[in-house]
Design a protein around this ligand. Structure first.
Ligand SMILES: [Fe+2]
Length: 353
């Protein structure tokens, strides 16, 4: 699969956009009648491709799910997507469905997307007992970001930062910025990230057990967030792209560069791309932004996810990128497998400073 045998593997899926029912979904549910939810056949296509990868690399695997797990934050949608990701339950006597990720839960990371927490209050919903959808998200997935996780996976030291890019100040029934797709990290979260960094980069004071070989300086530093920091150069800044922007992207880029983050994994844009963001005068000269696109939303032109192979070469890390795509509109529910050779592998070199 990879050209170079990886030391560690990251599976990056995003924007699953689950609705409240697993099977036969098409514009049913509450608000997911308006905004398109997932397609069941794509869910099966994703599983068909991922399960062999998960089995092969289970001991060296990190899973990154970068938001929009649901389309409309309906409580049963959280339950369904959670079951799909963590379990492999029976749908019928002969059909199972799910990715079985629960037993690698210490390497399973989530961040919320704008669709996961866009609704607040008891208006405009039949789920009146579930007024705070952020609380609902946290029940199934992680406590409130930001957070940081030091890891050693197959001798590779990694630092994983998680950020919530859906910050809102004050609530209204629709969390309006999140409805329209905009994002913000906010000053409080940036302050918390600085103190997480200060604590972790001083390992003696952080309580991190360094016997396994972890140290902050040598670790590959990866940040997960839902919103993209920059759009691709060939995508014009039209109204849609303006609405999807992260308000404080420049500040966030400067902060991440100053704490040594080398890779940012995101979703939000429903197409896959990578972009190198130059960071002048920072600890590291650039950040590699990788957007996974939407894995399973029904109405997208393309569905996609990434698998990254990490290999340590002297004082650098090589990141080999495998892109998987499917085009439902062409009647294709299966994800393509990247062919290497004849195509040239996509490899980024990330130097340690
Ligand atoms: Fe999305």
């Amino acid at each position: 699969m990879f050209q170079n045998k990886p030391d560690a593997v990251i599976l990056h899926i995003s924007d699953l956009h689950f609705g409240p029912y697993l099977q036969g979904v098409s514009r049913v549910g509450e608000w997911s009648r308006i905004a398109a939810p997932h397609d069941f056949l794509l869910v099966l296509g994703l599983e068909e491709k991922l399960l062999p990868i998960i089995r092969e690399y289970r001991d060296k695997l990190i899973i990154s799910v970068t938001g929009d797990l649901t389309t409309a934050a309906e409580p049963p949608a959280y339950e369904v997507v959670n079951n799909y990701l963590r379990d492999h339950p029976f749908i019928s006597d002969i059909l199972h469905c799910g990715l079985t990720l629960q037993d690698i839960k210490d390497r399973l990371f989530f961040v919320p997307g704008n669709h996961d927490i866009w609704l607040h209050g008891r208006l405009f919903t039949r789920w009146k007992r579930y007024a705070d959808r952020r609380e609902e998200y946290e029940k199934y997935f992680h406590p409130q970001p930001p957070d940081v996780y030091p890891l050693v996976v197959n001798s590779i030291p990694l630092t994983i930062y998680t950020i919530d890019s859906n910050h809102v100040s004050g609530f209204n029934p629709f969390n309006f910025r999140n409805v329209t797709g905009g994002g913000r990290v906010g000053r409080n979260q940036m302050r918390d990230l600085r103190s997480l960094y200060a604590s972790l980069s001083n390992s003696a004071a952080s309580g991190v057990d360094t016997r396994d070989g972890y140290n902050y300086e040598d670790s590959l530093k990866i940040c997960l967030m839902h919103h993209h920091l920059q759009r691709p150069d060939d995508v014009p800044l039209d109204l849609e792209q303006r609405l999807l922007e992260l308000e404080d992207a420049e500040e966030v880029i400067n902060l991440l560069a100053s704490i040594g983050v080398q890779i940012v994994l995101c979703g939000h844009q429903h197409f896959p791309y990578q972009k190198t963001i130059k960071c002048s005068g920072a600890n590291n000269p650039s950040i590699l932004l990788s957007c996974a696109g939407t894995a399973t939303q029904i109405d997208s032109k393309v569905n996609s996810f990434y698998v990254y192979g990490i290999k340590q070469v002297s004082t650098s890390y090589q990141l080999e990128v495998l892109k998987y795509t499917s085009r439902v509109k062409d009647g294709t529910y299966k994800f393509t497998t990247p062919q290497i050779p004849p195509s040239k592998p996509l490899i980024y070199t990330i130097d340690q400073n």
